[in-house]
Design a binder for this molecule. Structure first.
Ligand SMILES: [Zn+2]
Length: 164
């Protein structure tokens, strides 16, 4: 998510659809050169082997902040929202889904309405698969510091958007 700062770089229109466990498994074993976002069926999304290590559940205040930014009601968001445990080295803000969402919008990759649709479950189900380029940087929603998530794990997930 995403994404999602880093999350969603391409327009949703040129997204590729994945339709089987096999296809996703192949991409995770033999990662493509570029990080890319794919549309998936919702039942398939539930079976994506996300590595939840390091992901924490967002709290109510953080969900409210995200809902306010997207101009939706907090109970419209399709959680649970999980996000990598990380903080901005400059201002100490704890990273949430909002940082990824705001980065995608500020970079012009996506507009707010589009992301609001995805995160409320009205815009399909999506997964971003990290490529050999190492993923996408995200900017701190508070101070703009560029953050690169460390390591080899998923950065965030919700019912309709995930990063693997
Ligand atoms: Zn910051």
């Amino acid at each position: 998510m995403v994404a999602v700062g880093a999350a969603l770089r391409e327009g949703l229109s040129d997204m590729h659809a994945l339709s089987s466990d096999d296809e996703i498994g192949r991409l995770l074993r033999d990662r493509p050169s570029e990080t890319r976002t794919y549309q998936v069926t919702s039942d398939l999304a539930g079976r994506i082997p996300l590595d939840a290590t390091g992901l924490r559940r967002m709290n109510e205040a953080e969900l409210s902040e995200l809902a306010e930014y997207l101009d939706v009601k907090v109970d419209q968001l399709r959680g649970p929202f999980r996000v990598v445990e990380a903080a901005c080295p400059r201002c100490d803000r704890r990273v949430t889904f909002l940082d990824f969402v705001k980065t995608a919008i500020d970079s012009g990759a996506h507009d707010r309405v589009q992301l609001a649709e995805v995160l409320t479950g009205m815009g399909g189900t999506w997964v971003t698969i990290r490529g050999r380029d190492g993923g996408r940087p995200v900017s701190c929603a508070n101070c703009g510091q560029s953050l690169r998530m460390p390591g080899d794990y998923s950065e965030y997930s919700s019912s309709s958007y995930a990063y693997a």
